[in-house]
Design a protein around this ligand. Sequence first.
Ligand SMILES: [Zn+2]
Length: 497
Amino acid sequence: MAASPPSDRELDGLRAGADRFIAELDEEYYLHYAGLKETFDLSPIYERHAELTRLETAQAIGLAVDGDRRTRELWRFSSEGYLGDLTRELAEKEAQLEAELEAAVDGDTIPFRMLRPTIANEPDREKRRRLDRARTDLGEQHLNPVHLEAAMVTRQGVRDLGAATYLELYRDRFAMDLEGLAAQCRAVLDSTERLYEEHADRLFRDRVGVGLDEAERFDVPRVFRATEWDPQFPADRMLPALEGTLADLGIDLRSQENVHLDVEQRPLKTPRAFCAPIEVPDKVMLVIQPMGGPDDWRALFHEAGHTEHFAHTSPELSVEERRLGDNAVTEGWAMLFQHLTDDPAWLTRRLDFGRPDVFAEEGAIGLLYFVRRYCAKLLYELEFHATDDPTTMRGRYVELLGDALKVEPSPTDYLADIDSSFYVSSYLRSWAFEAQLRAFLREEFGNAWFARREAGSLLRELWSLGQKPTAEELLKDVTGATLEMEAAADRVRETLR
Ligand SMILES: [Zn+2]
């Protein structure tokens, strides 16, 4: 059984294989979600690269891990590939169920995946309650058995990889400082509790007619849907606004040969913008089907942030530094662009926007909601991934999320609301990264930093580093500061005053 570490030559081979594996996955993802290919076929890709996801391969790379961060990244990639392969059929089954399940509500038949948007668009509170009940019932009966099986299979896979728990694998083997981050999250939950209660209460009263103490989970999507802002974010101005923003920073989107803009309408195309970095940096797809509305604008700018980051990544970097590494970095760049869409200075420059300050305040309350939700999610996931019996965690999920948001979540979501690979930590740190970097850019280049060519030059230089540095290292390098979750809270306070 005892494997031996791969030679340098073998490691290079694995590295090159990982590069192709990810490229093929991203291409398949692009083709399917852009509506160019009906089926989503991951199995042939996994089969072609079976070597990379074998338990023995992951174990052998594990033996080669020394001070070199790249080898640890490759080890993590291979280990996640092993776990992903173990649960692949369950993931396919879940996707199939989600696509096929339907709910009957008040005589209408609604596909499972449409239930959440339908709740967000439904002005009648009692109708929202019935829609939510239908969603919960389907989740409990059909999806949770699949989620539970996947959680059990993953637990066994983690033990095969030599760790007692998923938490131990990520914290101790992959060296993620999850507990340090959790301590910061607890502090943020404390420091923003009053601020959240006060502002969220007002927003809920305005939007759904009940305060935070009476609000229920099906009110939340309605509150954040914010239909009244739709006319200010028209579909036909999205792309010109993105092009104009990039032009201000010195980037000509249309002449970027490695950025492929897919704006065609196709019946099977997903309505949500996405970025597929098929080759980094040589072939990055930015896919949209503009619908308009604040959410659509946010999604486009978020994905454009990813796109420019990958498109400017230096081709000289290793596979691990271009494709793997700390995802808080690419999420941070995505957040920096996303948050332009609630910046009053940007709104005024790009759109004839009435009441940009009011919109910015709502954006800040939304950000606070998400930061608190993800803080609680991290605390929950740390417990979830340390326990042997996931079914004992239902109550804790409701308790932790409910405490943070003051609205009880559905206990049914205790399995589905888990991000694999502790991705929750990437989002949390990306919010802090964005807040601190934006403060720096404003200090250096003024409040309209996004309209300064020099700011664009700095961004391009930082993007070229790919994900070689972590978000912490990048921020330290540029600003001299350490990454602090509290910075995200300060950013909210600054807007809400
Ligand atoms: Zn993202």
